[in-house]
Structure formats: C-alpha cells, structure tokens
Design a protein around this ligand. Structure first.
Ligand SMILES: C[S@@+](CC[C@H](N)C(=O)[O-])C[C@H]1O[C@@H](n2cnc3c(N)ncnc32)[C@H](O)[C@@H]1O
Length: 330
C-alpha cells in the first residue's frame, strides 16, 4: 500500500478514536527526542459533510492495515449468533444478503464478517475517501462461510446522510470504528434509516473512552481525559457515541445489545501499540497544549517500555447490534 503522503494535507493532522497510527506532524519544538505527534489520520481542515474533499479527515491505509488483526481478535463474536438468526429469518433471503458497510476504509469489516456468514452476499462498501475505497475493492472477500459467492461494489459519499431509501433492500448495515467520529444528528439519521428499512445494524469497535496501561503512570489519567476531550471536539460524540446510538436505535423500536470489544495489546502487538501511543498522546497534546513538555517525556518512556516488551495496554471498545423491527411488521 502506498503512503499517506499521497494525501493533500493542508493543515494539522489529528487522531480520532483508536485511529492514531502512521503519521506526520510533530507537536513538539526542535530538539525533542521522541516527538509527540499526531498520527494515523490527516486532517485536511474542518470536517465537512460532503464527499472527500480537501476539508475532510483521511485515514492512512497503513494504519488500518496495522490494526486489522487486533480488530479482528477484539470483535464481539457473541453478537454473531443473534445476527445470524435475524438474517436467517429475513424474507427473501434465498436471493442472498445485501450488506452495506459504512465508512468501510480498506474493507476490514467485510474481510472479517463475510466468511462468518452463510449464503451469497453482496457488499456495498461506503466511504467518502476514494483512495480507501480502491483498497477495499481490491481486497474484498470472495466467499462466504459455506462457499457462496461474495460480490462487492463501492459507493463514495457521506454516510452521515444516509436515508431509508438508500437502504432499500438491505439485509444488514455494518460499520467498524465509525460511530465515534459521527455526531448525534448523524447517528439519529443512521438509526432512522435502519428502522425505515427494517434492517439490522452491527456497529463495531467504537471507542469507550477507557484505556488501561500496565504498569500505570501518574500521567495516564490526564492524557486519557485530554484525549477523550479531543474526541468530543466540535459536535463529535467520541466515547459518548455508543450510548447515543443505543438511545437512537431503541427510540426507533430496535432491540439493542452491546458487547465489549477491547484491544489487548502486549508484546506481540508492539508496532500497533507504539503507533497508538503516538497518536493518543499527540491528540491529548493537541487538545491541551500545556501537557506538551510532560507528555514528551511520558511518550519517550512509554515507547521505550513498549519496545522492551514491558508495556501492556487495553483499549476498550464496544460493539453494538441493533435489531430493527423488520419492515412490514414481520
Ligand atoms: C477509523 S476508519 C475505519 C475504517 C474501517 N471501517 C475499519 O474498521 O478499518 C473510519 C472510516 O470512516 C470513513 N468516514 C468517516 N466519516 C465518514 C462520513 N461522514 N462519510 C463517509 N465515510 C466516512 C473514513 O474515511 C474512514 O475510512
């Protein structure tokens, strides 16, 4: 995969959710050792609501690739059986399932889920970033659990503007690491669209706002608080997204289940942990610049511990399954 340097960055980079990987900008002055930097996403100005433009945040495919294995291990497989039951009872299921993956990035959700479901599947991969959609199309899954055919198409656009009409005929909506970068209005629109289409939704790996680093450091809490505030900047929901989604989907009559889906990062995940640390601390400093000097020392020590295999991190996430009332009152 080529690098994030192909993006047309015009302002500071920033980190969102757990999405804090391969990056660019430094938040520290000259002479710093390990720089506190923002990683994994490139913010190209203020967020807009259209297709990818120079004003949206872009995600590095390398970062999405780096986290894919840990994401797969974290996903709440406990939610699969209730989902399978719902899908098995869908009218017209013989023709196969149509699954809309929102904010698909490079397509990791499909690569995880398609081989865990039986039956022919057509995935509609949505993202506003055409660069990521290209990777998603190229790396799409080919077959279902029972060997049935899996096909994909890509759709470039803003998933915050989803309507029930856009989901007509959909069997399932999925998203992964998306909810926390939406705002309340967008989550309400998503819930309303799923309810209108009678379509279940599996919305995974939303940040929960809690991390545990072992061994602990006195600065952990301050960094975590600043990071969470950063996630809530503007109207974004960040760690409040899951409870907002529970309210929104329940309000539309869906049955909602939430299950933890934490990352467990140890010695074997040191590359991901290091990138996560850089982004996590970088976002905290962007939010609270007064942390910069202490955060620089903190990051240097944390990275050294990570490299030595002496650091473990748990990054808490939640997966949510919302089972809408089937359209037509089935
Ligand atoms: C953190 S990445 C997750 C990607 C992928 N789902 C995964 O789990 O690897 C968030 C993705 O959502 C996309 N995205 C964020 N907000 C969006 C919006 N309003 N409309 C369309 N895509 C959006 C981004 O371009 C990015 O690909």
């Amino acid at each position: 995969m080529s690098g994030i340097s192909t993006s047309t960055s015009t302002s500071t980079s920033t980190s969102m959710g757990s999405d804090v990987g391969t990056g660019t900008a430094s938040a520290e002055g000259p002479g710093a050792g390990e720089r506190v930097r923002d990683t994994g996403t490139i913010r190209l100005g203020d967020r807009t609501r259209g297709e990818a433009t120079d004003d949206t945040t872009r995600y590095a495919p390398e970062w999405l690739q780096l986290r894919e294995g840990v994401d797969a291990a974290a996903r709440a497989s406990e939610l699969l059986d209730p989902l399978r039951i719902r899908l098995a009872n869908l009218p017209g299921r013989a023709g196969g399932f149509v699954i809309h993956d929102l904010g698909c990035g490079t397509g990791s959700m499909g690569r995880w889920l398609a081989p865990r479901l039986d039956g022919p599947q057509h995935w509609v991969l949505h993202d506003r970033d055409p660069y990521l959609l290209h990777f998603a199309a190229v790396g799409s899954p080919r077959s279902a659990a029972d060997g049935s055919r899996v096909t994909v198409e890509t759709q470039r656009g803003d998933v915050g503007r989803l309507t029930a009409d856009a989901l007509a005929g959909a069997s399932l909506v999925t998203a992964s690491a998306l909810l926390d970068v939406l705002d309340a209005e967008e989550i309400e629109a998503l819930a309303a669209a799923c309810a209108g289409a009678g379509c279940p939704a599996l919305l995974t790996l939303s940040v929960a706002g809690r991390v545990e680093l072992t061994p602990a450091d006195p600065l952990d809490t301050e960094i975590a608080d600043a990071f969470n505030d950063h996630q809530r900047r503007g109207s974004l929901l960040g760690p409040d997204a899951v409870s907002a989604a529970c309210d929104a989907f329940s309000g539309h009559g869906a049955t909602v289940r939430v299950h933890p889906s934490a990352w467990h990062l140890g010695r074997d995940e040191s590359a991901l942990t290091a990138e996560w640390l850089r982004g996590w601390v970088g976002a905290a400093v962007e939010q609270r610049p007064e942390l910069a000097a202490r955060a620089e020392t903190y990051l240097r020590e944390r990275l050294a511990a990570c490299e030595a295999g002496e650091l473990t991190v748990v990054v808490h996430h939640s997966d949510l399954l919302a089972l809408a009332r089937p359209a037509g009152g089935v």
